[in-house]
Design a protein around this ligand. Sequence first.
Ligand code: ATP
Length: 445
Amino acid sequence: MKDLELLINILKQRGFVYQSQEIYGGLRGVYDWGHLGVIMKNKIKSFWLKDVVFKRENIFLIESSILGLKRTYEASGHLQYFNDPLVECKNCHQRFRADHLIKGDYGEVEFKEGKALCPICKGELTEERSFNLMFKTYIGPVEELASVAYLRPETAQGMFYNFKNILNSYRPKLPFGIAQIGKAFRNEITPKNFLFRIREFEQMELEFFVKPEEAEKWFNYWVEERYNWYLKLGFKKENLRKYIYPKEELAHYSAGTIDIEYNYPFGFKELEGIANRTDYDLKRHSEFSNEELKYFDEKNKEKIYPYVIEPSVGVERLMFAIFCEFYDEDEIEGEVRRVFRFPSFLAPIEVAVFPLLSNRKKLVEKAKEIYFELKNEGFIVFYDDSGSIGRRYRRQDEIGTPFCLTIDFQTLEDETITIRDRDTTKQERLKIPEIKDFLREKLNF
Ligand code: ATP
């Protein structure tokens, strides 16, 4: 997918994702999700939960709060380190992330006397200053220093400050993990590239605690596991690659990070990060809270700070990659067909039901009967009787519906219907009682 504008228009038009508060001019870097988008996000999250949490032993879920104490983010290092370098154009007052500007992310950069100029108006830029990415708020009715709180910039801290609770509740043995899906907020200087860099997003994160001497082994394990997960999702190998961070690019808590990058319309960029966060977080929270967040190793009869390996991915950044990966165009009867070739288990509408003609009572009745029966079985079904069958197929192709059922005159005679496959556009006839098993098999993951 190279035409980002076209993609954004289709996703808006068809009810996947909207710019938030557009009627007021829009809130930059914030998006709202429509019916189809919400279904897909939930399917992605289920697929992650199944693979990362439920199929394994010793991984526990948590849902921690979005509001966080100042103390928590002093301990985590976010107040001190979670900064981006900001520059502003003295002429047009546009703001940029200095590191991204130099990389050419805002267009070609010209220099004057060794200093970069504004990529928009060639004006002079201010000196770099550090800008903290956390959203600050106040708890309670009085805006005073003592009531300062922060919206979490990652879900991870909830796993660290609940470490002792998890040990007490479930008595896990190393290695074990704490996983969370939830919102995170970052006041990005320049949100851009559609869903790629936004200010409010969801993360799917795992904190996997291990013996320090095994950290390297588990780090490599999770890089492979997570890479393979994308292949299971149906991503092409050539659109994925791994990026190993050089030392100078590592975050303040990391002893090693590898990104899984996706080939977005603007090039390969981070989709998921896997980091070896060492014992940094548990030690810091122990120090700042005076609670010893250690694990008792029964074999060696000693208390240790485990190391932690963290795979972390943003749901929206992943949704964006999925939209790019599975969008396709082909030609049918001389007309361009737009189609999302989502894997069946991710498609927001699983099956569409059409009566061949909308003005034949018997066909409509039968179609409605099948529609409600499938809905009652738990399938996500769409009913459509407007326009020609060809048009109806095209509308479903454009939202990625893998199967369309058509009820025709033969159905009324022999209880068979046609089922049309989105990818091949081929139709076959099935007996009505066989449909549920057919769909279950195809939609399973
Ligand atoms: P970047 O370098 O692109 O700003 P990051 O290295 O700061 O990302 P992490 O802190 O590792 O990102 O966050 C883990 C994951 O959360 C990322 O891999 C990404 O999928 C997602 N994520 C982070 N920031 C954003 C954002 N502003 N918008 C959407 N997703 C994000």
